[in-house]
Design a protein around this ligand. Structure first.
Ligand code: GA4
Length: 328
């Protein structure tokens, strides 16, 4: 099964598509995790796009509906109530400002961390503004997302013959894993005709991988290796997996962290939930030696996840964050 992605022609494109030639659609795999061939399809997609869709994932649909409903209720609260859980530090409620370095977008969001070891007061503030059922749904959803991300990482390890085979998935499964959940609400436009606007500017995710699910409103775009942006058709019953910088480093560049962004031009609001699967803060990140038989071919210096995170928080969204960690 594949998903057809259409190239987009926008002023903001790095390489505008030649208007004379009709851009050809791009096919990305929709992977059924129960398919015996899934691991081969995943690795191929991670090498080619850093992105794929997951179908037949086994997450109960009513959990998705419930979490989405509760999130919508939170975003429908008055501005002053939402502001009690903000400003984002990065956890908690944020409105238009993304990160600490001046990025802005047509988006409001909550970033939640439910790991008690890394508890954040702003996450607690969000839970004070929402019913207990919201927190329960968030916790269950994060467990499900941990399951999907570790399954994907297990399959990657099998296909790439990484030893020990749990090397990647353990980073997500352990209780110290620095994973978090983001809910982005892109409000509908009242202007007619609606003007296209940056909802969330282009960036790569710093973590190992991210699992994204949205309602049926379009907006997500990914950047191909040749710089073409393609629109990802929304599908509220599937998940999209996005390769992050940390997995790029551990595979010594074999997998690419994919640049992505959200443009809003719709009259319907978009709600997305993204689980960021991060390793423990003290984990040493470096290319896996089994993937780099000759040390001279090693592209990145070793760093801890905590070092990478601090360095990422000094950058702007669209910056190339791995540059500092490349070997000369
Ligand atoms: C991008 C991926 C995740 O959404 C995030 C973002 C984080 C934030 O919003 O606080 C960052 C961004 C993200 C990378 C660079 C820095 C940090 C905003 C920003 C400008 C939560 C993350 O881990 O990194």
């Amino acid at each position: 099964m594949v998903v057809v992605l259409q190239p987009v022609t926008l002023e903001s494109n790095v390489h505008p598509v030649n208007p004379k030639c009709k851009p050809s659609p791009v096919l990305i795999p929709a992977v059924d995790l129960t398919d015996p061939d899934a691991k081969t399809q995943i690795v191929k997609a991670c090498e080619e796009f850093g992105f794929f869709k997951v179908v037949n994932h086994g997450v109960r649909p009513d959990l998705l509906t419930q979490l989405e409903q509760e999130a919508n209720k939170f975003f429908a609260l008055s501005q002053s109530l939402k502001d009690k859980a903000g400003p984002a530090d990065p956890f908690g409620y944020g409105n238009k400002r993304i990160g600490p370095n001046g990025d802005v977008g047509w988006v409001e969001y909550i970033l939640l961390n439910v790991n008690l070891l890394l508890a954040s007061t702003k996450t607690a503030a969000v839970f004070r503004q929402t019913p207990a059922i919201f927190r329960e749904a968030v916790e269950e959803y994060m467990e499900e997302m941990k399951g999907i991300s570790s399954k994907v990482l297990e399959m990657v390890a099998k296909e790439l013959m990484i030893e020990p085979q749990e090397k990647l998935s353990e980073l997500v499964k352990v209780k110290e894993s620095d994973s978090c959940l983001r809910m982005n609400h892109y409000p509908e436009k009242d202007k007619t005709p609606a003007k296209e606007e940056i909802g969330f500017g282009e960036h790569t995710d710093p973590q190992l991988l991210s699992v994204l699910r949205s309602n049926d409103t379009e907006g997500l775009q990914i950047c191909l290796k040749d710089g073409t942006w393609v629109a990802v058709p929304p599908d509220h019953s599937s998940f999209f997996v996005i390769v992050g910088d940390t997995l790029q480093v551990m595979t010594n560049g074999r997998f690419k962290s994919v640049k992505h962004r959200v443009l809003t031009n719709t009259k319907r609001s978009r709600l997305s939930m993204i689980y960021f699967a991060g390793p423990p803060l003290t984990e040493k990140i470096a290319p896996l030696s089994c993937l780099v038989p000759n040390q001279e071919d090693c592209l990145y210096k070793e760093f801890t996840w905590s070092q990478y995170k601090s360095s990422a928080y000094k950058t702007k969204l669209g910056d190339y964050r791995l540059g500092l960690f490349e070997k000369q």
